[in-house]
Each structure stands twice: as structure tokens, then as C-alpha cells.
Design a protein around this ligand. Structure first.
Ligand SMILES: Cc1cc2nc3c(=O)[nH]c(=O)nc-3n(C[C@H](O)[C@H](O)[C@H](O)COP(=O)(O)OP(=O)(O)OC[C@H]3O[C@@H](n4cnc5c(N)ncnc54)[C@H](O)[C@@H]3O)c2cc1C
Length: 391
């Protein structure tokens, strides 16, 4: 008799989850199992999610989770652990591209809600949370993504607003989103010359080019080019030259979410590896009875447990009002290295089957690098953590 070692059983027990979190998990899982999981592979191969998925996710309350009621979200009683549940349940599908497409507003909307005018928030946030339109975040440029303080896209004063010239690259949802919160240079060099503008991606002068990728196929990624794009003054988000702080706050949240998704994706890999190791027989016994394979499995579990404990530690501190920048950086590295290790080991255990398209492990394997690079690469995360330590 073998134990059931599935996605849930492999999650270390946590003191942080209440009945409300469990209820959200159960409800979201039903939605994901009904509306996403059966189609994940088809959508990945098709390179897009259907538009009505956004409307369904809006009506269900997934898009509005954690956003203010005033704009159609729900946030009463909401805490960081709800967002961990959301990341985990979406990761359970093993289709990061679907999540990246569907949840792109979680990086696009927060700077607008944190710094934008009331009129702008009231205009943009409700249709985004209903799933009628999408909003992306456009920071990275062809000249580089890590050195955010030195972005080159310029927004020069024009009658009634700004004229934007430049380019962005690797923008999630860039082909399909109606708007993007874009980091632009309005002042001198460095971080104190950066502003945030709400760009209408259908405005004259915007051109978009789709980028083919290693993974995340269901999510479109674009190169954007701006040629004298007019942006009205009212679409400045926050103070002119004061955009950098908004970006940094966003990155901290994004890193917590990325870490939660990476740790849960690693757990998917472990679940699949165990199921296969208990079934597959080689040399007269189950794979799970070979010591080398058993060690691979517990080595995966060891790292997943460590990543989860660190994740919850960081979430607890953020929930308490702290901004533990160094730990959020190191957490992201910890979680994505765990994912990298587990994707590799699960793939080894599944053998040739893992190389065929259509399994969760195969898709996750192709998503390892975007997790390790996007939202702050390992090197940049370690560097930022070291600077925070004031060594
Ligand atoms: C699928 C996908 C989706 C994305 N979505 C978005 C999005 O929606 N919006 C957005 O703005 N961006 C997005 N990005 C961009 C992502 O955030 C950047 O790729 C990332 O920040 C790294 O930037 P870069 O690729 O330009 O690498 P670079 O900054 O050119 O760096 C290249 C390599 O050098 C290393 N490096 C750089 N500087 C140093 C240093 N000082 N010391 C040591 N090593 C260093 C980096 O770690 C990296 O490994 C996305 C990327 C991908 C792949």
C-alpha cells in the first residue's frame, strides 16, 4: 500500500492558513479545474488564452482578489496568504503561460492604484477587474532590463501632455492589452528622472511585434515601439520624475508572487515524479524502490519545504507591514532555484515521457528560465540583497 503523496499532501503544514484561506482555495480550485485545467495544453499550443476566460475570471472574483471594492475588487479580510493560495492554485495547472496572461493586471494595475489620480483609477480599474480589458507593465527596454534606473524611452513635454519615443521589450500581454503602465524618462539621468505614464497601446505611433518564446506560450510577449506617441497630461501616474518608488514597490510584490508560483510549480514536479516512480517498474522493481530515485525525491522535498518555510516567513513579515527587501530577493532566488532543481529531477525520473509535449513537467521545464530571469534575475537579486546588508 503506497501513501497518497499528491500536491496537497506534499505541502508542509502551515499555521498561517485559516478557514477563510481554505475556503478560497477550494472555491478557486473548482474554478481552475473547470475553466482552465482541461484546456491548458490546447491554449499553450495555440499561443493564446480565449478572451472569455478573462470575463469568467472577472465574474468569479479571481481578477479582483486583493483589489479595492471601490473598483470592483474584493479586499475585506484579504491578506498575503490569500495571494499565496491564488499563486499555488494557478501553478497547480502547470501552465505558467495561462497564469501570466490571465493575471498580467497584478503587475500592471498596482502602480496605477498606488499613485494614479482618482479619475484614472475609476476609469481603468473596473473594466480591468471585470476582465473586459487588460493592462500590462512596460519597464524593460532593448538596452537592458536589470538596470531600471537607466531606461531610455523619453517622454518630452508636448502641448497638453507628453510625446513618447523609444522602445520596450519582453512585455507580457503587450500584443493584447489595451493599456500599459510604462516607465519613461521625463527628467535627467538615473532613477530621479523616471516617471510612469498610462499608455494607450492602440494610440497612433504605437507598434507592437509578437516575440516567440521558449515557454509560456499561452501568454503573448511583445516588443513595443513608440514613435511620437501622444499621452495626455492626465495620464501621468503620480508625480513627474517620481515613478521609481512605485516601480520598486511593485517589484517587491511581484517577487513574492513569483516565489509562491515557483515553489508550487516545484511541488507539481514532485507530485508527478512520485506518481510515476510508484508506477513505473525497471529492473524488476518500482522506480520508487531504487535508492537513487528515492534520494532524488526526498532531495526535491527538502528544497520545497525550505522554500515554502521562507515564503511564509516573508509573507508574514510583509503582512505585518514590513518590506524585507533583501529577504524578498533571496526568497525569489531560493524558490526559482528549487524550481530549476525539481524540474530537472522530475524530468529525469519521468524519463523519455517528460520530453513529449503535453505534460505539466514538460511545460514547467520550459518555464524555469523566465522564473529565474523575469522580475529580477538571480544575479540582480543577490546583488540587491548584498547591498541591503550594507556589507
Ligand atoms: C517571458 C518574459 C516576460 C517578461 N515580462 C515583462 C513585462 O511584462 N514587463 C517588463 O517590463 N519586463 C518583462 N520581462 C523582462 C524581464 O524582467 C527582464 O528580462 C529581466 O529584468 C532581465 O533583463 P534583460 O533580459 O534585459 O537582461 P540584462 O539586464 O541585459 O542582463 C543580462 C544578464 O546579465 C546579468 N546581469 C546584469 N547586470 C548584472 C550585474 N550588475 N552583475 C551581474 N550580473 C548582471 C543578468 O542577471 C542577466 O543574467 C519579461 C521577460 C520575459 C523573458
Amino acid at each position: 500500500m503506497t501513501a497518497t503523496l499528491d500536491f496537497d499532501a506534499l505541502r508542509p503544514p502551515s499555521p498561517h492558513f485559516t478557514d477563510a484561506h481554505h475556503a478560497w482555495r477550494a472555491s478557486l480550485r473548482r474554478f481552475v479545474d473547470r475553466e482552465i485545467a482541461p484546456h491548458a495544453q490546447t491554449w499553450d499550443e495555440a499561443g493564446a488564452v480565449p478572451r472569455d476566460l478573462f470575463l469568467k475570471a472577472g465574474a468569479f472574483g479571481l481578477l479582483g482578489a486583493g483589489f479595492p471594492e471601490a473598483y470592483g475588487g474584493w479586499s475585506e479580510g484579504y491578506d498575503r496568504f490569500f495571494s499565496l493560495v491564488t499563486s499555488e492554485e494557478l501553478a497547480r495547472v502547470g501552465a505558467g503561460g495561462v497564469s501570466a496572461a490571465l493575471m498580467v493586471h497584478t503587475i500592471g494595475l498596482p502602480p496605477l492604484l498606488a499613485l494614479g489620480s482618482e479619475a484614472l483609477k475609476a476609469e481603468i480599474a473596473p473594466p480591468v477587474l471585470r476582465g473586459e480589458i487588460q493592462i500590462s507593465l512596460a519597464v524593460t527596454e532593448p538596452s537592458g532590463g536589470s538596470d531600471v534606473a537607466n531606461i531610455e524611452t523619453r517622454a518630452d513635454a508636448a502641448p497638453g501632455g507628453y510625446s513618447v519615443n523609444g522602445a520596450k521589450i519582453f512585455i507580457t500581454g503587450g500584443m493584447t492589452s489595451r493599456f500599459a503602465v510604462a516607465a519613461v524618462r521625463t527628467g535627467g539621468p538615473g532613477l530621479s528622472g523616471v516617471s510612469l505614464l498610462l499608455l494607450d497601446l492602440e494610440a497612433p505611433g504605437v507598434s507592437r511585434t509578437p516575440l516567440a518564446k521558449q515557454g509560456w506560450w499561452a501568454s503573448d510577449t511583445a516588443a513595443l515601439h513608440f514613435d511620437n506617441v501622444f499621452v495626455p497630461q492626465e495620464r501621468l501616474i503620480g508625480q513627474e520624475n517620481g515613478g521609481f518608488a512605485g516601480l520598486m514597490a511593485n517589484f517587491n510584490n511581484e517577487r513574492l508572487g513569483l516565489a509562491a508560483g515557483a515553489a508550487a510549480s516545484a511541488r507539481v514536479c514532485l507530485e508527478e515524479a512520485i506518481a510515476w516512480a510508484q508506477l513505473r517498474r525497471t529492473f524488476g522493481k518500482r522506480l520508487a524502490d531504487h535508492q537513487v530515485i528515492r534520494h532524488k525525491i526526498v532531495a526535491m522535498l527538502q528544497r520545497i519545504n525550505a522554500a515554502n518555510a521562507y515564503l511564509e516567513h516573508c509573507a508574514y513579515r510583509v503582512q505585518g507591514g514590513e518590506t524585507p527587501v533583501a529577504d524578498l530577493c533571496l526568497l525569489k532566488v531560493q524558490a526559482t532555484e528549487t524550481l530549476e532543481f525539481c524540474a530537472r529531477e522530475a524530468s529525469q525520473i519521468l524519463g523519455g515521457a517528460s520530453y513529449l509535449r503535453g505534460s505539466r513537467v514538460e511545460r514547467i521545464y520550459r518555464e524555469v528560465r523566465v522564473n529565474a530571469i523575469g522580475g529580477g534575475s538571480e544575479e540582480i537579486m543577490r546583488d540587491l540583497a548584498a547591498r541591503q546588508l550594507r556589507l
